[in-house]
Structures are given as structure tokens and as C-alpha cells.
Design a binder for this molecule. Structure first.
Ligand code: PSU
Ligand code: MN
Length: 299
């Protein structure tokens, strides 16, 4: 396969040192410049501080890349109209030589191809509100059902239908673990009103679950949902208010398809005067740190 693995990542995989895959739609579509670039760098640094090797995954000029150099990361963060690349787009952007950020689904797929077991992101996609009318269900969920990699996230955004997302994951047999919490987190907020189906409290316990999953021959991914650190999130009430306004904006402006998630994230940041953006930065750092710690326990 035409997969370009950065030297440092290749060496780490060969020597069995921990590697944490990182998503890039959060860079190209999830945050504005320069916060996207600053956060991408900070997240890589956090993974290193915990003793693992970061591998930010993206597609550059048609080539799937597992690990980027610092200047490549900066270029990606600064592209003016980057592609948002999910599973369905991978072959297209490759054939056209295009560049962009990979979603959770596409990052999982590429990371698995490279032999990586651990992946950190901000929030996964899920069943959208009104999916009974629109059929809008993120490809992230199907990827979790089929691709064996552990995904560390802060739960799913309340822009989604959290209850239905959890039901979907249950149907598809994906373990969903609240990390140190009974309540499933809601991305910007540590509270969703839904219980996490399972709970584990330490990196050792998560590593043990992943080892047992592998030994059992269970295919598919796992979701490790880590609440945004205390004091760095946005309250559920404030978030719901901003969301209501943002959903109205989306309807008025006729936003559909893959544009929905980036649009809502940007509008929510405007409606909360940047507080959701700050929360987003805090939670991705936290997820990367926990992922890297679990990575160290897997060896
Ligand atoms: N959630 C966020 N920020 C993001 C995304 C999700 O809080 O940037 C991105 C992720 O890359 C995720 C994708 O995989 O949106 C889901 O998009 P869709 O619903 O179109 O599948
Ligand atoms: Mn969608």
C-alpha cells in the first residue's frame, strides 16, 4: 500500500515502543488558525512527555501519511480549503493528489494499516439529531465496529444524539468505557445525562481490557471516553444554549452532509465567545495524555 510512515514512527513500531495516532480533521476543520497549529504541536509534545511517539495522520498531495514533520503539520494547519477526508473519500483524494485532514474513521483505518493500536482524538462522530429524517450517522461508528484500534476521546458532542449514538455502538458490539466516570461525557462538558456503559479507572485497567479483547479475537475498536478536566469544560446549560442557536444557523444556511460538524463547532465557538474552543484544546490534550499512558502499559 502507498502508505508513507515517518521514520521515527516506523522505528518505534518495529521496536515495540508505544505509538499514539492523532487525527487531523480537528486541525483542518475543527479549530481556526493559529489555535489549530498550536494545539496540534502541543498534543504531540504531550504524547512524547508520556514516553510514547505521536503519529499525526493526514493525506498530503494524495499520499496517506503516518506521522508528519513539524513543517508539514504547519502547512496542513494553514491550507486554505483542505479536504475533510472520511473513509468514503480516501480513494478519491489519493487519485486526485489532494490534501486534507482525516476524520476519526479514516484515521482509524490508516493507523490500523500501519499497525498502531492506540489513537487519540477530541470527539468521535455519531448519530446526528434528527437522523430518523436525515439518515446522518457518522462513518466513525461503522469504523469502530470493524477496525481494531482503541479510540480515546471526550465522548460525543451534544450536537449529536448521544442516546442513539450509544445504542448504535452497543448494537455493533463496541466497548464504550467511561474513564474514571459513571457518566458518559459530552465533549465540551463532562456531563451528558447518560451513563457510560462500562467504567474503568486507570491506564492499567484499560490496557488489561484491550489485551483481553485481543486475546478473545474480538474485532473492532473500543471507545475510551475521558471527561474534559474539571474547570476546563463548558456547563451543559451554556452548551445547550449555544447549540440551539448554532443548529438554527445551520438550518437557515442550508448546511448539510460533511459540512455539518465543522459548521456547528465554529458557530458554537462564536456563540460562547471562544469558550468551546478552549474546552476543545483542553480535552484533546487530556485525551492524548491518557492514551499515551495506556500505550506504555500495553507493552
Ligand atoms: N468532533 C469534534 N471535532 C471534530 C470532529 C468531531 O468535536 O473536528 C470531526 C472528527 O474528525 C470526526 C468527524 O471524525 O468530525 C465526524 O464528521 P462526520 O459527522 O461528518 O462523520
Ligand atoms: Mn454525516
Amino acid at each position: 500500500m502507498n502508505l508513507h510512515v515517518k521514520g521515527e514512527v516506523k522505528a518505534a513500531l518495529k521496536e515495540g515502543r508505544g505509538v499514539v495516532a492523532l487525527e487531523s480533521t480537528i486541525i483542518t476543520h475543527g479549530m481556526p488558525w493559529p489555535e489549530n497549529w498550536e494545539t496540534a504541536l502541543a498534543v504531540e509534545e504531550i504524547v512524547r512527555e508520556e514516553g510514547a511517539i505521536p503519529a499525526t495522520i493526514a493525506v498530503i498531495e494524495g499520499k496517506p501519511r503516518i506521522g508528519l514533520e513539524e513543517d508539514e503539520l504547519k502547512n496542513l494547519a494553514g491550507i486554505s480549503s483542505p479536504q475533510k477526508i472520511s473513509r468514503q473519500d480516501l480513494a478519491f483524494v489519493s487519485s486526485k493528489g489532494l490534501s486534507g485532514g482525516t476524520t476519526v474513521a479514516a484515521t482509524m483505518f490508516l493507523a490500523r494499516r500501519a499497525g498502531i493500536d492506540i489513537f487519540a482524538t477530541g470527539g468521535i462522530g455519531g448519530v446526528h439529531r434528527g437522523a430518523e429524517r436525515t439518515f446522518d450517522i457518522s462513518a466513525d461508528l461503522e469504523e469502530l465496529a470493524r477496525t481494531e484500534i482503541a479510540v480515546f476521546c471526550a465522548g460525543v458532542k451534544s450536537i449529536l444524539d448521544i442516546g442513539r449514538t450509544l445504542e448504535y455502538l452497543e448494537t455493533r458490539g463496541v466497548p464504550v468505557i467511561g474513564f474514571g466516570t459513571d457518566e458518559f461525557p459530552a465533549f465540551f462538558s463532562d456531563k451528558s445525562g447518560f451513563l457510560a456503559p462500562l467504567r474503568l479507572d486507570s491506564p492499567e485497567e484499560v490496557a488489561s481490557l484491550l489485551k483481553h479483547k485481543k486475546d478473545l479475537g474480538l474485532e473492532g475498536g473500543a471507545v475510551i471516553a475521558c471527561p474534559v478536566p474539571e474547570g476546563q469544560g463548558v456547563s451543559r446549560r451554556e452548551m445547550e444554549k449555544a447549540l440551539e442557536l448554532s443548529l438554527k444557523d445551520a438550518e437557515k444556511e442550508g448546511v448539510t452532509g460533511k459540512g455539518v460538524t465543522p459548521f456547528l463547532l465554529q458557530r458554537m465557538s462564536e456563540h460562547t465567545r471562544g469558550r468551546t474552543l478552549e474546552a476543545n484544546q483542553a480535552l484533546i490534550r487530556n485525551n492524548a495524555s491518557i492514551a499515551a499512558r495506556v500505550c506504555q502499559k500495553l507493552k
